[in-house]
Ligand binder design. Sequence first.
Ligand SMILES: Nc1ncnc2c1ncn2[C@@H]1O[C@H](COP(=O)(O)OP(=O)(O)OP(=O)(O)O)[C@@H](O)[C@H]1O
Length: 624
Amino acid sequence: MDQTRSIYSKQSKDVEFQDVFYTVDRRTSFFRFAGQQQILKGVSGSFRNGQLSAIMGPSGAGKSSLLNAISGFRTTGVKGSIKMRRDNACYITQDDHHQTLLTVEELMNLSCDLKLKQRHKKEEMLTEILKNLNLNHRRNVTAEKLSGGERKRLSIALELVDNPNIFFLDEPTSGLDEVTAAQCIRLLKAMAQEGRTIVCTIHQPSATIYNYFDSIYVLAKGQCVFQGTPQATIPFLRLAQIDCPRHYSPSDYIIEVIDAEEGHMVPLLSELTENGKLTYHTKHPDLPLEPMQAITTLFVEQPKRQFLPAFFAGSAASTDGTLMGAAGALLEQVKVFSQHLQTERRDISGVQQFLVLMRVMLLRTMRARLALAIQLLHHTLCGLFFGLIFFQLGNQGGRMFDHLKFCIGAVLMIVYTQVMVPILSYPAEVKVVKKETFNRWYSLMPYYMALSVSRLPLQVLLNLTFMAMTYWMSGLPEQMWRFCIFVAVGLMISLVAEGMGLAIGATFSITNGSVVGPMIIAPLMGLAIYGFDFASQIPGAMNVLMKFSYVRVGVVALILAVFGFQREELDCDEIYCHFSDPRVLLKFLDVDKVSILHQFGLLAMLMIFFRVIVYISLRKRCYT
Ligand SMILES: Nc1ncnc2c1ncn2[C@@H]1O[C@H](COP(=O)(O)OP(=O)(O)OP(=O)(O)O)[C@@H](O)[C@H]1O
């Protein structure tokens, strides 16, 4: 019975897939849809527990697409049956996206704090993992300063903390020299032998590395052209009347064959493997080949509406009709259920995740000393320039246009700065978030809350610096309460602008975002300065449109903060100053009946609007 249980336990860590298609939309331009492109064409196959498996193929064959599809890293456009325990798997990306500015030890602690509830013996466990991966001597080095091989080992170490059974790695040897690549593959082989399922994509391995693998899956043009042991490659090619020359490495030769003459051998080889349904085994190239069924799971079509809880979703297997099969399937489902309970118990609450992430985000803000210094300097210098340009003009009744320029200029400075910084910096972080949420470090909501809250202290500091300098240098009334409202308006505008920057950064790449950002800000700025000289004649529809420009709403709020609240008459050095009474100015601008609370309300709504878009974009990026 124990033996049967161990077989089923091993099987539950296998990965099997059948008739998997991956389709993407083809576009000739952003607006032009040019049909669909099939990247994976109904491939099947399996990766076994305890084995190190490679997905190989020429560039563009669909290796990463297959890895993404079977691991669930990509779900949009993927069709077919996949059996894989998601709650026990992790995905390591090719570019090793890590939280920046944290040392190896801090990253390991972060992974522990987010993944493990019981943290006794944490230190011993971390040291053991780091020692096994030859990283212990690099504990105090930040991730960006590690070499390519060390960074790859760090990615593995971070996931090993909660000991997942299935590892998917996208090109773990890319960018590594031959010796380091071989070390990396040996490490993966040892991990597989400890009872894990390790699947990685690899472009064209050397003969030595090729033989480290237990199983090879070769793709060409989105089809499976070989599946089996490395030793079976040459005999398999012989089945298609292709003889591998003696001096050739089988891994090089099979890629050369499928790439030759525009891939004319691909249909035949794919037929021989039944597009991945057959796998070929032999212990030695001279021994006869044994084709075997690659898939042991009987896939059943998933019902359209699932009433069963999601925890059964990881086990799409049905029985093969035998009593043994039925017992196995039942045992597997009970195990999935009990492991689900264990995972739930092990899960860290959302509040804890929020606190851990807050701590890390604040630490990263403090560590980014140069960026912090540049931002502070930027706000100080801008405050100084504004202060000098409008020096002691704040109480001059004859300088109405200067007052308007002051308010508009201050708002534009805040908006532009706060929008552009996240547009340029956030897209890189989204990749880290995608990887970490996929690998169950945390859920999106605690991350999102920590992201929103952790940026507040810096926002307050930067705004206070800029607004305080402009307020006092321009000679506005020495009233603390008015100063506080002035700063609060600035802070509110910067929160809306930052929300917009994050929304763009979460949705677009840096290249697209840096075009989209100014494209959106420009009309908002236009609406902000429109019609101040004929405010009372602005048509109603235009007035409504202007409410959507937080730049305009911000300018109006700042004018009210400066001239509202029954401000006393301004000084007048000339014979007559029409606008020396602030009420006349407010009336002229048609904002005399506007309440500042109303403007705060509008800004709050726009802030929520952008923050909701940030969340929706993050969800879309992380879960599709
Ligand atoms: N989202 C997508 N939109 C459009 N085309 C895509 C998309 N994803 C993949 N492709 C295309 O599908 C093909 C296979 O891509 P994939 O990245 O899976 O190949 P690969 O075998 O991993 O290549 P490489 O070894 O060069 O990384 C490529 O031609 C790629 O351009």
